[in-house]
Design a protein around this ligand. Structure first.
Ligand SMILES: *Cc1c(COP(=O)(O)O)cnc(C)c1O
Length: 370
């Protein structure tokens, strides 16, 4: 038996009865879009995040794009403005920016946390800069106190891409509660995953919340009255009902993820495998457990031969993708090295003790080629 990277059947088996009851409740209700389940989930998720407003949308990418679109409509952003983004992120962070005719400006990460380096952000601020998009990569909060101060000093919007960070905390505040607005993804593999696609915008800004609520629904405030040229991007009732179940288990699931991470950090003792250097383990939501190895591909092959699955997040940075030919000349050597060295080990709330022990033993048995 292989150790799977993440087995969503196992994740859901733990509360399958609750999930099935929630789905049945929606099926029997006759209401499938923009109903009571969504309204209830939005209240519950906003409360859980410690933020005033939450709006369910179709995906994490849509959540990011709708935040920017909302601020364009409110006049806080204008076409051609620059948004500073981490060079080392999932491409969705870039796509949301360029889809709104804004310009992504990638910067190098902090070499320890792999998150935005406030000094690199400060150096990238120019006359067209209007926003910073902080990505809480792998489940660890970016340096939000420094970024909040920087955004304030330069009059910039601060947007959180919290797609990997449900449950990350600092000083008693959760991911999503630091910026002007934050985007969450409920893609099935995320810390809070739907059984399909979904996402949410959270914000303390009532004007943005109102705008996004309309934008996701054809730009309409009441039926057949259209204030804006909106889109159709709604979190449907079945997904909202399933997410309400999973939200009740989320704190426990994040704690289980932390336990696996703790065991890896205690158990993996192969000097060629660099463990994540995390100052505050209990603040990390551990979406991914990412090690670095200068012979990453050999390590991945070795683990596979030992029956341990792993993944690379991500093999090619956005500025090196064909989709972003205009950024091909960007000078981001640290970002590029990270993409060659990172490897994500199996991690999830249902990963058993034996599986964890097998991953540790397989890592420790790695004989790194010169
Ligand atoms: C998953 C992810 C997204 C996109 O979310 P989707 O729901 O898949 O659209 C955006 N940013 C980051 C950092 C992600 O990991």
């Amino acid at each position: 038996m292989e150790v799977p990277f993440l087995d969503l059947r196992d994740v859901h088996a733990r509360y399958a009865d609750e999930l099935k009851a929630a789905a049945a409740r929606v099926i029997d209700s006759g209401h499938y879009v923009l109903g009571e389940e969504l309204a209830a989930f939005e209240r519950e998720f906003a409360t859980w995040c410690g933020v005033r407003h939450a709006l369910g949308v179709g995906s994490g990418l849509d959540a990011l794009a709708l935040i920017l679109r909302g601020y364009l409509g409110l006049g806080a952003l204008a076409e051609g403005d620059e948004v500073i983004v981490p060079g080392n992120t999932f491409i969705a962070s870039f796509l949301a920016v360029s889809a709104n005719r804004l310009v992504p400006v990638p910067v190098e990460p902090d070499p320890v946390s792999f998150n935005l380096d406030p000094a690199c952000v400060a150096a990238a601020i120019g006359p067209r800069t209007r926003a910073i998009m902080a990505v809480h990569l792998y489940g660890q909060l970016a340096d939000m106190p420094a970024l909040v101060a920087l955004a304030r000093r330069h009059g910039l919007l601060l947007i959180e891409d919290a797609a990997q960070a449900h449950g990350a905390t600092r000083d008693g505040r959760k991911a999503g509660a630091f910026g002007d607005a934050a985007a969450f993804s409920f893609y099935p593999a995320k810390n809070l995953g739907a059984l399909g696609d979904g996402g949410a915008v959270v914000t303390g800004d009532a004007r943005l919340a109102e705008r996004v609520a309309a934008l996701r629904n054809y730009g309409s405030d009441t039926k057949y009255h259209h204030l804006f040229q909106g889109v159709n991007s709604r979190l449907d009732e079945i997904q909202a009902a399933l997410l309400r179940v999973k939200l009740r288990h989320l704190d426990e699931d994040v704690a289980l993820r932390r336990r696996v991470a703790r065991r890896y950090r205690d158990g993996i003792r192969q000097p060629q495998i660099a463990l994540p250097d995390v100052a505050h383990e209990e603040q990390h939501a551990w979406h991914l457990f990412v090690v670095r190895c200068h012979r990453r591909d050999a390590l991945q092959r070795h683990l596979q031969a030992q029956g341990v699955q792993s993944q690379v997040h991500y093999p090619v940075p956005p500025h090196r993708q064909p989709a972003y030919a205009e950024l091909r000349e960007a000078w981001l050597p640290l970002t590029e090295r990270l993409h060659e060295e990172v490897l994500s080990l199996p991690l999830g709330p249902s990963l058993g003790e034996d599986a964890v022990a097998r991953v540790i033993a397989a890592c420790n048995a790695f004989e790194c080629p010169p």
